[in-house]
Each structure stands twice: as C-alpha cells, then as structure tokens.
Ligand binder design. Sequence first.
Ligand code: F6P
Length: 538
Amino acid sequence: MSAERVLPDDRERTAFQESMAALRERSRTIGDCSIMELFAREPERHARLSFACGPLSIDLSRQRLPLAELATLFAHARAAGWQAGREQMFAGETINVSEQRAAFHVALRASKPMTLADGVDVTPEVKETLQRMREWSTAVRDGRHRGAGGERITDIVAIGIGGSALGPDLACEALASCAHPDLRIHFLANIDPTAWRSVRQGLQAGSTLAIVSSKTWSTAETIANATTVREWLIDGGISPAALPRHFAGVTARPDRALAFGVAESALFPLADWVGGRYSLWSAIGLPLMLAIGIEAFDELLAGARAVDEHFRTAPIERNAPAMLALVSLWNSLALGAQTEAVIPYSAALRRLPAYLQQLQMESNGKSVDIDGAAVDYPTAAVIWGEPGTDAQHSFFQALHQGSAIQPVDFIMIAPPPGPLSKAGAMLLANGLAQAEALLRGDRETDDPHRRCPGNRPSTTILLDALTPHSLGALLALYEHKTASLGWMLRINSFDQWGVELGKRVALRIGTLLADPSLALPGDMDPSTRALIERLRQR
Ligand code: F6P
C-alpha cells in the first residue's frame, strides 16, 4: 500500500503495533533483573516511582521495572493514544464505541460545568439528581420519611447486582464508622433465596425501605429480588396502595420502575453515559448517602475529584493512574503475570477486591481491539485478594514460593496521630513486612523447601486515613488505571458484551428446568443434558 493511501486509523494501528512489538522485545530481555540491584544502581529510583495523588501515596519502586525502560513504556502510551483517550473522556466524547456512548463518570463529581461532546451540558441534571438524593436521604435519616404505618425507617434493603451494588456495598462497609447509628443497610444481590433469607432476619416490613438499583431495570436477579421483597412487604401488612412509601428506584429506565410501582418522587435517574461499574458517584450511591449522610458523600466525591484533576493534568511520568496501568502492562509482558492480587491491610476494605474485580475485569477482559480485530497480547489480569493479615495464613505461601509470579497491590491505611495500638502496629508491620519479604526473599538457607526466591514485585498504596475522601480517591485512582490500561491495550474498557451470552443461555435453561415436559434440544451438549436430566429427576 502506498503512503498516500494509508488512512489515519491504519497509521494509528500501525504505530500501536510497532510500539507494542518494541515493548515486548524489551520486556523479554529485562524481566529477570533484580529489584534490589535496581535500587542499588538507581539512586533516584524511589523518588521517580513514588507518587502523591490527593490523600494517596503510591510506591511503585518495588516493581521489577528498570527506570531505563520507562522511555519505551511512555513511547508506547503515546503511540497507543493514551493522552487522546484521556482528553476524549473528559470532553464527553463517545469513547464507548460499541454502545455509542460517552463514559463521562467524571462529570458526576466535577466542580465545574461539564459538557458532552454533542454540546449537552450535563451539570444541571447531575446537580438536580444530587439535590433530590440529599433531600430524600435526609428525610429518611432524620425520620421525616416514615413507613406506611408511621414507623421510623430502620432498615434499608439495597437491591441490585454488579455495578449497581458492589460500589455502595464496599463503601458502606469501609465507612461504617461514620454511618448513621440507627439505620442498617443490607445488600441483596444474589438470586439465591438464601441471600434474601439471611437479609430479612430481624426485619419488620413497617420499618423497612427497599432501594432497587438497576440501570436497565431488566436484570433478572434484581427484578426477581425486588418482586420477592414487594411480596414480603405486602405479607408484612403494607397495603399495595402504601407500597410506594417503602420503595425507591435508581435507573435509566424510569418507565419500567414506575410500572413496577416506584413513586415518581422516589425515582432517581441514571444517565446512559454512566457505566455500571463507574457509577458509585451517581444515584447508585443512594444507599451510601443514606448510611453516611450528605456531607460525607460530598467528601467522597471531593476525593475522587482530586484524583480526576491529577489524572487530567499530570504528565505521564508523574501520572499515578497511568503509571499503575503501565506497570500492569509491563508485568503481563515481562513476567507473564496473569493475575494481580489486591491485599487491603484493613478489614473494613474487605470488599475492595470484589469491587476491583468487576471494575478491571469487566472493563478490560476483552480479546478484540477497538476496531474489532483480534488482539495477540494479554489484556485483563485476573484480580483477586483478601484482607491482610488473614490472607497471609492462606494463599501467601504461593505468593512467596509458587512458580508463577503474582504481583501484589498492598493497600495500607496510615494510623491517626498519637500512640499506635498494639493491634494497629501489628497490622501495619505485617503489611510492610510482606512487601519486604516478597522483595528480599530468603536465600540464606540451604534447604530448598525453606528457600524464598524473593524479587517478587509489589505496589504499596498508603491512604492518609480511611475516610470518605480517601476512599473516593482510591476508587477513582483504580478507575483511571483501568481506563488508561484500556487505551494502552487499544481496547474499549467501557462495554461488557461478554456477560450477555450467559444471561441468554440461563433463560433458556431456566425454562427447561421449570417445565420437565419440554424436550431437551437435540444439539445440547452431553454434559448440560445429563445435569438437567439429573436435576429433573429430583
Ligand atoms: O451483567 C453485567 C451488568 O450489566 C453489569 O455491567 C452491571 O453493572 C450489572 O449487570 C447490573 O446491571 P443493571 O444495573 O442494569 O441491573
């Protein structure tokens, strides 16, 4: 093809392929270097790989990445269009091309007017929804919004799944220390009847309020659970006419929520430019606002905003989310790392790994690029983890001595000023110790069973405290890491078509299970067929 006939898209793709090839080449030769030797050789290493980002301090210096390789990584980010992607996201452009939508969650926490690329200023709708959330949640919190029989609301059942649940669930648990003392928030996501059975323990219909959160208002689990809770409320003595006092809805499909029976005054809209896993900052955060109150919710938004500002303005060399993404890319190419463990040294952050699983794996678990062409490089790592110190007594064995390298993100919380409690000191000491042990290993012993090879990479993220502000910052950091990695891999981080197939198959199998007289399709695989037959016999 002659140079004149090369389209801009082709040039972009070619530049990306070339820089990816260069990166793979470099990473193959460098992957074995010693991190301790890098520290000795590179006096500026710690400073160059440490980042302040709002209330977060991020240390990437214990990654197996020589400073000299940063140039190749930055060149790749440039060729892949990282900067353009970032600008397009903040400009409200249609970056989610397969769904023809913007991914404009930054507008939900902005302090300045934000306009979609088509010229629509979203600020009024964001402000109006936030204001309505504030008024409604305050009325519930201070007891002005009561149940049908006049009882004060004491229990909220937050019904939703995936992105409509994981963020508020994580944040309610993380921020429990600043939650309303007389309002309990219960999350109901799973369709398994035992989930509802355990949530409903001790609940009284008259003092219970359900919030149904579903962008599409068509997710099978959510609609089934909402229907179950509605029946339970009626069985508990709430008349059908009074039901709207016990329901709120958060959705981009108000028509469906109204048809379900949610009152217009308790209906909170969700814009189509907010993706489920990026939606904690929208009306999806309503259960959290009920728990922690409006000032604390504003603090959460402010924490995320501080990171947005950093991400939008910092050059790549000092841009913490972009650097996290580059490290992730490097580890997958240089070390063949297929997973990233997230270990919060805080029991309150127990749900963080689950939240980050959806954020990163639903976003980047793709095998075609933005143009639909198959990729020949690894995309999303498997995200997993448990809080330290529990995890140390479980899978850390494999982190220290397993044959595969699993990079770790250690999440630690700085203690309040003043003397440390004994337990608090032990918790911090363990987090620091594990990162150091992974780095140094133990090669002194002659016993191969006891030997720890060390040189295992980790990142440490230190929060200045566990507050709404620092939590908002932490989650925004990972959001931007995820999007950055998507641009560096040239994939769309904002769609999730892969989850649809399972939903369709489940519908078909559900029908077959419900009606044993239906013949099983001739082309059904022998394994599924045998299992359905077995279940039908029971
Ligand atoms: O099935 C995946 C998914 O669509 C997620 O992307 C989303 O967060 C979740 O289901 C819930 O969807 P909804 O808010 O429409 O109920």
